[in-house]
Design a protein. Structure first.
Length: 146
């Protein structure tokens, strides 16, 4: 279980974007919003054999965002359960990266996280109207964990 106050704050950020609605673009959140207070491995990459852990996901994504060729790294929220007494962290299976790199370079930087697929575009997340526009020279890439 993660920090319940931080979970509630994250859910407010997600709800401010309209929440998770089938057949609509997913809400996107920052690395800080997603990982601060999050202690649940099942919140990202849950099907990985030998999951590297939440701290490793956060470290790798922060390091990627710090690279000069990277504009932004966001997490696309796929599921939020808001039932009474339910405390699981919101689930993200897609990371969005805006960068002037290639998909192969992005995959190389994410290799420790073992995404199932890295590709160009928004992938399964669809373009969120709440995400920043890619700056000149930047492309959008996605990393996805099945």
């Amino acid at each position: 279980m993660g920090d319940l106050k931080r979970r509630a704050e994250l859910i407010r950020v997600i709800q401010a974007q309209g929440g998770v609605v089938p057949d609509r673009p997913r809400p996107v959140v920052s690395i800080e919003d997603f990982f601060t207070g999050n202690a649940e491995q099942a919140s990202i990459g849950p099907n990985l054999t030998n999951h590297p852990g939440i701290a490793v996901f956060e470290r790798v994504l922060r390091q990627l965002r710090e690279r000069a060729e990277v504009q932004e790294v966001l997490l696309a929220i796929a599921e939020v359960v808001e039932e009474e007494g339910f405390t699981d962290w919101p689930f993200a299976d897609v990371v969005i990266i805006m960068a002037s790199s290639s998909a192969q370079e992005i995959a190389h930087h994410l290799r420790e996280l073992r995404p199932d697929k890295v590709g160009e575009g928004w992938g399964p997340a669809s373009r969120s109207p709440h995400a920043p526009e890619a700056q000149a020279g930047m492309q959008v890439f996605f990393a996805w964990w099945d």
